[in-house]
Write a protein that binds this ligand. Structure first.
Ligand code: AMP
Ligand code: ZN
Length: 490
């Protein structure tokens, strides 16, 4: 029997809890098979804490699952490299804003790679989109949504009737014309928010058509999402703390400027907690990824812990929880390794000669169905992970008794490899390279060390033509083989 090609098509509709509608809705993208996804990125004023990383892992699972379902995802994540916090810290350290923020931008990309988060399609920086922000503010002014006060420009929320539709805030106690200049504030402080802040001595300032100054935080994300995804796009995400005021303000200024809906689906992940309090820099109750790596924890266990709880459930972080995640990951990795050790069991390349026990095929189909049903239901990861652990529980006794043949082992390990496109928790396998490819890679390394970047780039291009991707990381070059994109749904 031939190994069964696994079905990627959804049997049940993919559904998400849409914060905007306060209910679960079937996901229907604006264009068939394509998704425009905007995820609020890091404010690069310090190392990310693992609460921030929970949000990025949730977004990684969302992105990877959409791709698993066959969608081509255009994923934009901004870098907030100008705001109250970045400016304050760079002034304290007496370095330029660029020098200061690039340091933490680099650290963010390192954390991303360590946690196996798939790079976004693009990471636009706020400081490189000032003109786009100015254009939106000009349009809002022409349409009468703004006013000036003491050299800053504010958005008047009472002129936008939809204000509050995302967060459901109560506007009845709103004091006409009360404003707030800081980027972050609480619901109790609902007021007109700042679009453009007047320049202050010692702060970065841009000379623009709307006067000298710098942008408020919220306008940054409106400008960058619209530029790369269009005025109306599919999905916008962040942590629940982004609902108010950040996303509420993004909606107000974008929809007021465009006269069109902004994002169709808003998804927000719950917080990572410590002793039942939000993990936050300001509370001092945080761990960075580096803190945990220094304690000897493995990045894949951290990834597993952060993805294993439903994204809308708060997750209380403990080191015991991290230990449990480590055990769960090892169980999956060991099961996969033992399957691969079955003689001749090289996934997908060996000729199929042996008979397959139909019960095994059925069991894989059932596991795949449960895995998909879990994630189709608003990314219910606990259900999907349970389907994998139950499969392992059912097959482990057979493995013990050497009762799984080569073809069967290929079927099971193919399935696990396939869902690992979403989970990304298996041990990285050593890539098989030809002697010629090995030589090219080492020639490129030599060229790079000699700073002959033209030659290094030419070899990289050559390798790319052979389907081999070389990325330079702090730990040396990372070599991967180009993945074939998942087939698109009809
Ligand atoms: P920031 O760099 O502060 O703009 O935050 C980056 C992302 O992390 C945003 O999507 C926040 O909503 C999210 N975030 C911040 N703290 C936590 C937390 N404790 N748990 C989960 N997500 C968080
Ligand atoms: Zn944002």
């Amino acid at each position: 029997m031939q190994p069964r090609p696994l079905q990627k098509k959804n049997t049940m509709a993919l559904q998400f809890w849409n914060t905007l509608k306060r209910k679960k809705e079937e996901f229907r993208p604006l264009q068939p098979n394509r998704v425009g996804l905007y995820t609020c990125g890091p404010t690069v004023y310090d190392f990310a804490h693992i609460g921030n990383l929970r949000a990025y892992i949730f977004e990684d699972i969302l992105r990877r699952y959409l791709e698993y379902c066959g969608y081509a995802v255009n994923h934009i994540m901004n870098i907030t490299d100008i705001d109250d916090k970045t400016i304050k810290r760079s002034i304290e350290e007496n370095v330029s804003l660029t020098e200061y923020t690039r340091r933490y931008e680099k650290a963010f990309f390192e954390d991303r790679d360590i946690l196996r988060i798939k790079p976004a399609t693009l990471y636009p920086r706020a400081t490189e989109h000032i003109l786009e922000m100015v254009e939106i503010i000009k349009k809002l002014t022409e349409k009468g949504y703004t006013y000036q006060k003491d050299g800053s420009i504010y958005f008047s929320i009472e002129r936008f009737p939809g204000y509050g539709k995302l967060s459901g805030i109560d506007l009845s106690s709103l004091k006409k014309g009360a404003r707030i200049e800081s980027d972050e504030y609480e619901k109790e402080d609902v007021r007109d928010f700042v679009l453009w802040k007047k320049s202050k001595i010692g702060e970065p300032s841009y000379d623009t058509e709307i006067g000298p100054g710098r942008p408020g935080w919220h306008i940054e994300c409106s400008a960058m999402s619209m530029k790369y995804l269009g005025k109306t796009f599919d999905i916008h995400t962040g942590g629940v703390d982004n609902i108010f005021p950040h996303h509420e303000n993004e909606i107000a200024q974008s929809e007021a400027a465009n006269g069109k809906p902004f994002a169709c689906y808003f998804l927000h992940c719950a917080h990572l907690l410590v002793n039942n309090e939000k993990m936050a820099k300001s509370k001092g109750n945080f761990f960075t990824l580096r803190d945990l790596l220094d304690k000897g924890y493995d990045p894949v266990s951290i990834r597993y812990l952060l993805l294993s709880v439903h994204y809308r459930s708060p997750l209380n972080f403990t080191l015991e929880g991290l230990e449990a995640a480590k055990n769960a990951v090892e169980r999956i990795q060991n099961f996969y390794r033992r399957l691969r050790l079955i003689p001749g069991g090289i996934t997908g390349v060996s000729p199929v000669t042996e008979n397959v026990d139909q019960a095994i095929t059925k069991r894989i189909i059932q596991a795949e169905k449960e895995f998909k049903e879990g994630l189709d239901d608003d990314l219910n990861m606990p259900v999907s992970l349970a389907s994998l652990h139950n499969l392992i529980t059912d097959f482990n006794p057979k493995l013990e008794k050497d009762a799984i043949n080569e073809t069967e082992s290929n079927l099971i390990s193919n399935y696990i490899k396939e869902i690992d496109d979403v989970l990304t928790i298996l041990r990285e396998e050593k890539m098989e390279l030809t002697a010629e490819e090995e030589t090219l890679i080492s020639e490129r390394e030599t060229a790079r060390k000699k700073k002959d970047f033209a030659k290094a780039d030419a070899i990289r291009k050559d390798l790319e033509g052979r389907g081999i991707i070389v990325e330079d990381t702090p730990a040396g070059p990372r070599i991967t083989r180009k993945q074939k994109h998942a087939c698109l749904a009809d």
